[in-house]
Design a protein around this ligand. Sequence first.
Ligand code: ITT
Length: 183
Amino acid sequence: MRLAFVTSNPGKVEEARKYFEPLGIKVYQLRVDYPEIQADTLEDVAEYGARWLAERIDWPFFLDDSGLFVEALNGFPGVYSAYVYKTLGYRGILKLLEGETNRKAYFKSVIAYWDGELYLFTGRVNGEITTEPRGSGGFGFDPVFKPDGFDKTFAEMTTEEKNRISHRGRAFSAFVEWLKENL
Ligand code: ITT
């Protein structure tokens, strides 16, 4: 079985493959620009995107909408993470937190799967924003995010290590468990 992952981000696809390969499911990247609406929650953004795509793609697909929520910034960049990453990068987050002692943050991921009906799977990981970037793996804000209970940032971990604890890894686990029961 082949399953389309609608995303512009190859890093997300690499993470997904590790989950689906053992099930014999081949995940491939489908690059279709879909509207990411301005909304208060990742769930709303993911659902709108999936329903928009469902009118244009007639085979099963999924997408992921994720974000970094920084406590001292009242949850910013949150649903605006992609835009903030593109404009300010992770260095922008470090700058916004200069001198701030509360470094708490979490990543959240919402996966929307469409096969004629819509299903949402979510995952979250708590951690903190480092004071300096560390590591060269992963993507996005990984060099400045250190999950709770670990000394390494996501960018210092292998994909397998990151998947085991990450927001997207948790959402994928829930998705894969559901697929096992429902396919
Ligand atoms: P899509 O095409 O799948 O939307 P994207 O990279 O734009 O790809 P999002 O819209 O979900 O992804 O935006 C989330 C932003 O948060 C984006 O800039 C990512 O780089 C960042 N991000 C999401 N998950 C991350 C992770 O696991 N590690 C580091 N940064 C992450």
